[in-house]
Write a protein that binds this ligand. Structure first.
Ligand code: FES
Length: 112
């Protein structure tokens, strides 16, 4: 753990936006389940807390076409995911070991 770096070593934000106007949103695509799974796995792995990993909810991140989406800082790596195994891989590979999960990276041109 480095004392000179940011408060959290890695910070992941999940869009949990739910639209009720008929437009697609991450909330329609298991975003909450992904967030819950990530929280649970980070805690179970002993990664939660200062100097380690923080998992947070976010509103719309404006990349809805790729939903559900999450973004990891400080790398600013954007992910899309489908199921628990995807989340588990992000936790184990990226949040724990700093290795980007290339197969889940959101293509650069995916926007709203
Ligand atoms: S609804 Fe999730 S990025 Fe917009």
């Amino acid at each position: 753990m480095s004392s000179m770096s940011s408060y959290y070593q890695r910070h992941i934000f999940f869009c949990l936006n739910q639209r009720d106007n008929g437009q697609s949103s991450c909330g329609d695509h298991q975003a909450q389940a992904g967030f819950d799974r990530c929280k649970q796995q980070v805690k179970a792995a002993g990664l939660a807390g200062p100097g380690q990993v923080r998992v947070n909810k976010a509103g719309c991140l404006d990349r809805c076409a790729g939903g559900p989406v999450a973004v990891v800082y400080p790398e600013a790596t954007w992910y899309t995911f489908v199921d628990d195994s995807d989340i588990d891989e992000i936790v184990e590979s990226h949040l724990k070991n700093g290795q980007v999960v290339e197969r889940l990276v959101l293509p650069a041109d995916v926007g709203r």
